[in-house]
Structures are given as C-alpha cells and as structure tokens.
Design a protein around this ligand. Structure first.
Ligand code: NAD
Length: 260
C-alpha cells in the first residue's frame, strides 16, 4: 500500500524542476497524474517514461488551458482528488528602480499573472471536481512567502500572496476541500541559482548565504521536497491539516538575520 493509491492529481508546472519531481513521486506513490505545462518536449519525455500519466501543453494564465487540464485528468482517470498549483516564474531579483515604466505589462504584470492568477485559475477550475471527491489543494509557496531575500520586488510579493491564497481558501473551502502549501527553501532548478538567491546585492557571498541561513547545510535536490507534497495530498495522512504551509526550508526559519 502506497500513500496515494486511487488518487488522481493534476500538477501545474510538472514538466521541470520541483513539479517534475512531485509528478514522479506521486506516480511512485500509486497516483495517476495529469500535468499542465508550457513545455511540450518535457511533457513528451514524461509520457514516454511513465504509464498512468496524461499531459496537457498549456498556460496556467489561460482559463481554457486550465479547463483542459481538469477535463483531461477526469476523462482519463474518472475523477480528480488533488490539485497541485506549482507553475511559477522568477524575477531575477529585480528591484523597484529597475522596473521599466515604458513596459508596464511585461515588467510588472506578467509575473503576477503566472505566479498568482495562474494559481487561482487552477484552483477555481479544479474546485468542482475536488468538491465531488472531498479533495485537496497543495500550493508551492516559497521561503520568499516569509522572507524578503529570496527574490526581487515581483517574486517576493507574489510568493507572499500564495500564503494568503492557502489561508483564505482553507477557510473558504472547509470542511469539504482541504488546502495546504509547501514552502521550499533553495531548490536547484531552471528557475534558480545559488547566485540569484544569495550574492545578488553583495550582502553575502552565496557560500555565506547558505551557511548562515540554512542550518541543515545540504545542497537539496527537488526530490528532497516531495515528501511534503505526498503528505499533503494523502487523504488519510493529512486529514487534520488545512491552511498549513510546511516550511521545507533547510532549517532557515529558525535561524539568522533574515528569519521571521
Ligand atoms: P522550473 O523552471 O524548473 O519549473 C517551472 C515549470 O513551470 C516549467 O516546466 C515551466 O515550463 C512551467 N511553467 C512556467 N510558466 C508556466 C505557465 N505560464 N503555464 C504553464 N507552465 C508554466 O522551476 P521550479 O524551481 O521547479 O519552480 C516551481 C515552483 O517552485 C515555482 O512556483 C517556484 O516559485 C517555486 N519555488 C522554487 C524554488 C527554487 O529555489 N527553485 C524555491 C521555492 C519555491
């Protein structure tokens, strides 16, 4: 018996990085998985590698694409139990003065469309199916949901918004659908680099940043975070949990000048 037997999950941004690791782990735990991602090539790789997977190439900022994600999951597997909102983009640590006032859409709005609107559209379109199954939502938050130095002026507020989404939806959707989040620390993926998280403004070197802020002192891999996603997706094992954000932050939140 594995933790996600008979569960069907839809994972956004499952083509790469953290989302891809979650997709693999969910399949290992007995789930059937639908993936919504922009990247067709990576989706094809997943389909070639696994049974029990369906994929949709689409954009989380599009209502129609989110609807296709949900209907593809339900058509293939009969129901939907878990929605994982995960697709996100980074801002390369941009600061307020660096934002270009001549191009407000691409400089201010696009990141929020993916990181915030995309989560809400996914949640809204998955909701009717999750109500039927008394399902769960799991959102990828970040250490940047609680700190100011895991990104720039767009990324950090967008990730703080995810904490708000988790808490508000947990309240609104109780007791039928439970809503939780995972706040990873640094994850080496396409989205991130050590430099971008630590050394960007010369505050500390990347090495100092890691040592000062991450007491576990490991270089994590995406796979290291997937246990938290399994727990929150599991109907039995997460039964008393809603509105919780698991800080999988290498111990950062208990330490240092930047902790809250
Ligand atoms: P990644 O770039 O490796 O993966 C992101 C995936 O999302 C890609 O497959 C990409 O194609 C997809 N995607 C991007 N925009 C999309 C859109 N509009 N519609 C559909 N799919 C889209 O990045 P990652 O590091 O795995 O990031 C996943 C999540 O983890 C993000 O929400 C990110 O904010 C969060 N996160 C990352 C880190 C880190 O250090 N990498 C830390 C904390 C939280």
């Amino acid at each position: 018996m594995t933790w996600l037997d008979n569960q069907v999950a839809l994972v956004t941004g499952g083509g790469s990085g953290l989302g891809r690791a979650v997709v693999r782990r969910y399949l290992e735990e007995g789930a059937q998985v639908a993936v919504l991602d922009l990247d067709r090539e990576r989706l094809d790789e997943l389909e070639a590698e696994f049974d029990d997977i369906v994929t949709v190439q689409g954009d989380v900022t599009s209502l129609a694409d989110n609807e296709r994600g949900v209907s593809t999951a339900v058509d293939a597997f009969g129901h939907l139990d878990v929605f994982v909102g995960n697709a996100g983009v980074f801002d390369d640590n941009i600061s307020l003065p660096e934002l270009d006032l001549d191009d407000v859409d691409s400089n201010f709005a696009e990141l929020f469309e993916v990181n915030v609107l995309g989560y809400l559209l996914g949640a809204r379109t998955a909701l009717p199916e999750l109500v039927k199954t008394e399902g769960r939502m799991v959102f990828t938050a970040s250490q940047a949901s609680f700190h100011s130095d895991g990104g720039g002026i767009l990324y950090v507020p967008s990730k703080h918004a995810i904490a708000g989404i988790v808490r508000q939806l947990a309240f609104e959707l109780a007791p039928t659908v439970r809503v939780n989040g995972v706040a990873p620390g640094y994850v080496p993926t396409d989205l991130s680099t050590t430099d971008s998280l630590g050394g960007e403004r010369g505050i500390v070197s990347p090495e100092e940043f890691e040592a000062a802020n991450h007491p576990l002192n490991i270089v994590p891999q995406p796979e290291d975070y997937t246990g938290a996603y399994v727990l929150l997706a599991s109907p039995a094992n997460s039964r008393p949990m809603t509105g919780t954000i698991i800080r999988a932050d290498l111990g950062r939140s208990v330490r240092g000048i930047t902790s809250v």
